[in-house]
Design a protein around this ligand. Structure first.
Ligand code: PEP
Ligand code: MG
Length: 571
């Protein structure tokens, strides 16, 4: 019988594969005495050599596939690992204290992290992340049952206390069958990345790590949140059957490839994609997306060692837009902060970063970062359909100031004789309740709205979107959220402007009929979800659902909304 654990299913789908456990947390290491000190030193040296080799191969891969900036991370890590004082210190500890290599290594690394952590310097902060990364990789080799001791060539279920967005970005996509994390909520950025790849993911169960080991088979049901660790042959057989049924349902989605997105009664909708890199833009047309509704540009910054230059960004946006062959590319300007901390940006340490100096607030104070991005976008837009969207707008003053910086950049480009698009569409994310409440005012000055429900919901209910303990408050069926969305849609439509939803709820099967009833123009979803969502839209009668909107908005709570949605869908 398997060890059954109930977590929070945050990316739908089913996966059955061996686990790969990442020991990212030093707290899991305890001081074990060793009887053969010499053998322990050899074990340590072997691990160092293996990690060095691993980093070298990441380096070669990053240079070939991603670019110079990403590869610099691995260069820095390689140099840190080669530091002779680190090796000497750890070996001396093993020799004199007779303790296991993992413990001695963690002590040395933690001492270095403690020294660097006091520094405000962005370069030093980046080194802390590098040291943590190296530590995790070494523990994979040194911990009993660590990931590196099991030969796993095929797809795996990545298991860890927490995986950062950057760690996930680095993992080879085709080897990722599923993700299990003890931490994280439904819309934390690591989860969104997993969703973008279409990987089932369950989070928020404290006992995952204790019951996991690399190489053990796991079943991950991303819909129900049920996880089976070490299933019996009968259990595994049952889930393999379900997997086959799911694959069959996916084949039915294929009937909708190349078809227009229309409801059962013929109302047209546009199905856009959310992406985080120019590489992902290449998936949009093959997945049958109709453009990009949200390019989370901060991931260009997150995967680099220093801010990408204007020229690099220009190339990236152009490359992404070209992959879309004339379909629109909506780029959200830098949304750093919250759970996307970027060390080299010198963002202040804050007690509450989700409520702090982030996204547009930061950009307005940092023209050195903001202006090159706007300039790159304006230049690229001269050659392709690119639109600009500002994140985390809370007040009209912020929106106006952001547009003023954009005008300033346009004037500078004009003065320098550089071609750019002067009438680039400029929209905003509606993801802070104040913006939704003032939507009637904002829409006078914005070319379009995109409703970011991931943040809108966390700010509306004052519940961290990444905290599994407050997940019950981040319920997308909450009528407070639904009322805000409906009001925002109505204001945009009254002005004849376009409105889309780009938060996770845009692809929520239960809520899609309601968005259609509310009259949304576009849904922006993970590329992998396009055909499934199009198939669902084709079964929805928009006129019928329009008639249900008011009734649903008057319900008292999320539970009542969910029950009624189910009743209506069953008809
Ligand atoms: C949102 O907040 O809904 C959104 C789409 O932006 P992000 O998830 O990147 O914060
Ligand atoms: Mg957001």
């Amino acid at each position: 019988m398997a060890h059954r654990i109930h977590g929070l299913g945050v990316c739908p789908g089913l996966a059955i594969a061996p686990q790969l456990v990442l020991h990212t947390q030093p707290e899991a290491v305890s001081p074990q005495a060793v009887s053969d000190v010499k053998a322990e030193i050899i074990r340590f040296r072997r691990a160092m050599a293996a990690v060095a080799e691993q980093i070298q191969s990441f380096l070669a891969q990053a240079k070939a596939e991603i670019g110079q900036t990403e590869s610099e991370i691995f260069e820095a890590q390689f140099l840190m690992l080669q530091d002779p004082t680190l090796t000497q210190e750890v070996e001396a500890e093993i020799r004199t204290r007779g303790l296991c290599a993992q413990w001695c290594f963690v002590q040395s690394v933690q001492a270095r992290i403690a020294l660097l952590s006091d520094s405000e310097n962005a370069y030093m902060q980046q080194r802390v992340l590098d040291l943590q990364d190296i530590q995790g990789q070494m523990l994979d080799h040194l911990m009993p049952g660590g990931a590196a001791q099991v030969r796993l060539d095929g797809p795996v279920i990545l298991t860890a206390q927490e995986i950062t967005p950057t760690q996930l970005l680095r993992f080879e996509k085709k080897r990722l069958a599923g993700v299990l994390m003890e931490e994280g909520g439904a819309t934390s950025h690591t989860v969104l990345l997993a969703a973008a790849i279409g990987v089932p993911c369950v989070v928020g169960a404290a006992e995952f790590l204790a019951a996991s080991r690399s190489g053990q088979t796991a079943v991950v049901d991303g819909n129900s949140g049920l996880v089976l660790l070490g299933p019996s042959p009968e259990e595994e057989g049952e889930y393999r059957l379900r997997l086959a049924q799911l694959t069959q349902a996916r084949a039915m989605d294929e009937d909708f490839r190349g078809k227009p997105t229309r409801t059962a009664d013929g109302a047209p909708l546009t199905l856009m994609c959310n992406i985080a890199s120019s590489k992902e833009a290449e998936d949009v047309l093959p997945m049958d997306g109709e453009g990009v509704g949200l390019f989370r540009s901060e991931f260009l910054y997150l995967s680099a060692q220093s801010a990408p230059s204007e020229e690099e960004q220009y190339q990236t946006y152009l490359q992404a837009a070209r992959a879309l062959r004339g379909r629109p590319l909506t780029v959200r300007t830098l949304d750093a902060g919250g759970d996307k901390q970027i060390a080299y940006l010198d963002m202040p340490q804050e007690a509450n970063p989700f409520m702090g100096f982030r996204a547009i607030r930061f950009c307005l104070e940092r023209p050195d970062i903001f202006k090159p991005q706007l300039s790159a976008l304006l230049r690229a837009a001269a050659q392709a359909d690119i639109r600009i969207m500002f994140p985390m707008i809370a007040t009209m003053d912020e929106f106006r100031r952001a547009k003023a910086v954009l005008r300033e950049v346009q004037e500078e480009l004009a003065a320098a004789g550089v071609p750019f698009r002067s009438d680039i569409p400029v929209g905003m994310m509606v993801e802070i309740p104040s913006a939704a409440i003032m939507a009637d005012q904002f829409i006078q000055e914005a070319d379009f709205f995109s409703i970011g429900t991931n943040d809108l919901l966390q700010y509306l209910c004052s519940a961290d979107r990444g905290n599994p303990r407050t997940t019950y408050l981040n319920d997308p069926c909450d009528p407070a959220l639904l009322r805000m969305i409906y009001y925002t849609i109505c204001q945009a439509k009254a002005c004849g402007k376009e409105v889309s939803i780009c938060g996770q709820v845009a692809q929520d099967a239960q809520l899609i009929p309601l968005w259609i009833g509310m009259g949304v123009d576009k849904l922006s979803v993970s590329p992998i979800q396009i055909l499934r969502v199009r198939r669902q839209i084709a079964a929805v009668d928009s006129a019928l659902w329009r008639g249900h909107v008011q009734e649903l908005l008057r319900l008292p709570d999320a539970g009542a909304v969910r029950t009624r949605l189910m009743e209506l869908a069953a008809r």
